[in-house]
Design a protein around this ligand. Sequence first.
Ligand code: DQA
Length: 143
Amino acid sequence: KVIYVLNGPNLNLLGVRQPEVYGRETLADIQAMLEQSARESGFTIEFFQSNHEGAIVDKIHEAREKAAGIIINPAAYTHTSVAILDALNTFDAPVVEVHISNVHKRESFRHHSYVSLRADGVIAGLGTRGYLAALDYLTHQLS
Ligand code: DQA
């Protein structure tokens, strides 16, 4: 089974972008950590990042046919994108929303998430370990 891990804008700069907020680990580090953990539980990861809203929508459409679950950090689109919410509402398997930082501790515009209207669970503030927690939940649900 394949789990899609989708990352939104600016997350390609993880590790150099505001390390005091997001830490020093890179997206490649997260990918490697998830691939290893998935392998151990017999799953495959499809890892994707885009700075473009429509590209993320397209990837969610692809997931409709191919994914047993989605982990998504929509980054800034969390707070703005009805299009990503609508796309996720066409996806029938579990969805976990992840934020590296604790968005609730930050500016009020980060407190609202469109994606949370669809997500089965939301993880925020656990740093990059949040992705692992999401994967652990999904592999358990899907096994
Ligand atoms: C983020 C939080 C968002 O508010 C922000 O726009 C991001 C990253 C996080 O992982 O903490 O780009 O999703």
